[in-house]
Design a protein around this ligand. Structure first.
Ligand SMILES: [Zn+2]
Length: 112
């Protein structure tokens, strides 16, 4: 980790707030926007700059996991017939034509 990782969000926000007060109006506006963003992240529980980066990383990870779950449970896959038995397109588990979801892995099944 870099040496800035233990800087607290409060310290950054306070510094920017003080800096913004003594800058030209355009810069003050940008500083205010930055303070609002940092404040929102600190409201999510970030006490240090490292926490803030972790939270952003976690959001990305969750977005990825959510997309994978959505693909599995909301996007239907067409079962395939092998040796006279229907199989799940995701896990190859057996399924029946009246199953909406694979009983083995939860994949949504689309029969048409
Ligand atoms: Zn399956």
């Amino acid at each position: 980790m870099d040496s800035n990782s233990n800087v607290t969000m409060d310290a950054i926000i306070t510094f920017l707030g003080q800096t913004g007060a003594s800058t030209p109006p355009e810069a003050a506006e940008l500083t205010k926007a930055a303070v609002n963003i940092l404040f929102a992240i600190s409201e999510e529980g970030a006490k240090t700059a490292e926490d803030a980066l972790d939270i952003i990383h976690d959001y990305r990870l969750q977005a990825k996991q959510y997309a994978a779950l959505q693909k599995k449970h909301l996007t239907a896959g067409k079962p395939f017939l092998k040796d006279g038995v229907w199989h799940c397109p995701d896990c190859n588990g057996r399924c029946r034509p009246n199953n909406s979801f694979c009983h083995r892995c939860g994949k949504k099944l689309g029969w048409r």
